[in-house]
Design a protein around this ligand. Structure first.
Ligand code: ATP
Ligand code: MG
Length: 383
């Protein structure tokens, strides 16, 4: 915990809370990650101070409070240009499978009981002492992902927790609690009630784990994968991860490997994200060569394409990465103006297409006059 706690901006926020005779604790991902030596992105704070008091105490300390989620208890306190989410202890008073109506609480243990997994319900005080009301520490150390309380009951409160289960399993789990897996399988239909945007956000994070293949396999076995991504296939993902070598994990490549026909819609991908998936799916189903993929997709996407193809059994030749790089920077050395006036209208497009095919097949070394001849011939041929 020490490096996280040494942050002066965090200290300033905790000082502000303590000046009001309240306590602030680090909670959730920051504590979990610090304890296992993983990177900590942002630090969330849980407190017994009420939101209005957090606003006042932050202001009194010369910090900037922003009421980002004041109704559910969250104030973002800005210190040294960085935001810390400070959330009042809560308990659920009502849940509908999607979101909860909460009441504020003075009790840290009550706050822990509404969190999803035991390893996400760890708190630390500013001296680095860990407070573990639900037994999350041994679970974290053993890589055991376990719901706080009864898995079925917790999923019925919020069906998104099914996907959070697989996401955290991919990142932090070595063992999946069998009761939790059974509960996910039994209640998967409830995911239909969750907004596709939220499903998409979870899946992006899940697929960005260093090796999500066991989690995705389990999603397939429980029927959860088919529920959210109809037609997705998990079987070639382990081979893709192996083929990736040391490349940084990238969810779009992993998603394309699942070959789900309507992923863009199911996960509400952005226009650009959908374009990438379409390009990869098109190239995969056409079975493009290295040359064609490099030339048409550019180096990065063509690399993804090559890796996904090898995962389904197409071996990559020696020097493939260099060949892709070469193909990606190749430019057809002729243009429409070279074919006019011999060709006109549709003939020009037909001619250029033929020249391009010859250029690609000839390893981008065919001289321009030969390409022009081929274009003229193809352009004049009957369609
Ligand atoms: P990450 O590093 O991915 O952000 P995190 O643990 O911070 O991991 P968040 O999704 O940011 O995950 O949530 C913060 C904390 O809030 C979690 O650790 C968990 O305690 C709690 N939490 C978030 N979403 C839920 C949920 N749907 N149900 C119950 N508790 C949740
Ligand atoms: Mg977080």
């Amino acid at each position: 915990m020490a490096p996280v706690l040494a942050d002066p901006a965090l200290s300033a926020v905790l000082d502000a809370i303590e000046a009001g005779d309240r306590r602030g604790f680090l909670v959730g991902g920051a504590v979990r990650n610090a304890l296992i030596g993983r990177a900590v992105d942002d630090v969330d704070i849980a407190t017994d101070a009420r939101p209005r008091d957090v606003m006042r105490l932050a202001r009194d300390a010369g910090l900037k409070p922003v009421p980002t989620g004041i109704d559910h208890g969250t104030i973002t306190v800005v210190a040294d240009g960085r935001g810390f989410e400070v959330t009042t202890f809560r308990r659920d008073v009502d849940t509908d499978g999607r979101r909860a109506v909460v009441a504020f609480s003075d009790d840290l243990a009550e706050d822990a009981r509404r969190r999803d997994f035991t390893m996400n319900a760890l708190y630390a005080d500013r001296a680095g002492r860990v407070i573990d009301p639900v037994g999350g520490l041994p679970d974290l150390m053993d890589g055991r992902l376990r719901f706080v309380g009864d898995p079925q009951a917790r999923i019925r409160e919020d069906y998104l927790r099914i996907l959070r289960f697989f996401r955290f399993l991919a990142w932090y789990g070595r063992k999946a609690d069998p009761r939790a897996v059974a509960a996910c399988a039994a209640l998967k239909d409830g995911l239909a009630r969750i907004a596709p945007e939220r499903i998409g956000a979870e899946m992006r994070k899940l697929l960005a784990a260093p090796d999500p293949s066991d989690a995705v396999r389990l999603m397939a076995d429980t029927g959860v994968l088919a529920q959210i991504l109809p037609g997705a296939q998990a079987d070639t993902l382990p081979a893709l991860i192996a083929a990736e070598g040391g490349r940084p994990p990238a969810w779009p490549r992993r998603l394309a490997c699942l070959r789900a026909p309507d992923a863009a819609q199911a996960l509400r991908l952005s226009r650009e994200e959908a374009r990438v998936q379409d390009a990869l799916a098109g190239a995969l189903s056409a079975g493009w060569s290295l040359n064609e993929a490099g030339y048409r997709l550019g180096r990065d996407l063509a690399t993804d394409h090559a890796l996904i193809r090898t995962a389904s059994g197409h071996d990559l030749p020696e020097g493939w990465a260099d060949r892709l790089a070469h193909a990606a920077q190749a430019r057809l050395p002729i243009a429409a103006k070279d074919l006019i006036p011999d060709l006109q209208g549709h003939q020009i497009g037909r001619g250029l297409k033929a020249a391009e095919a010859m250029w690609i097949a000839g390893d981008f070394a065919v001289p321009a006059p030969a390409l022009i001849d081929a274009a003229l011939l193809a352009g004049k041929a009957a369609p």
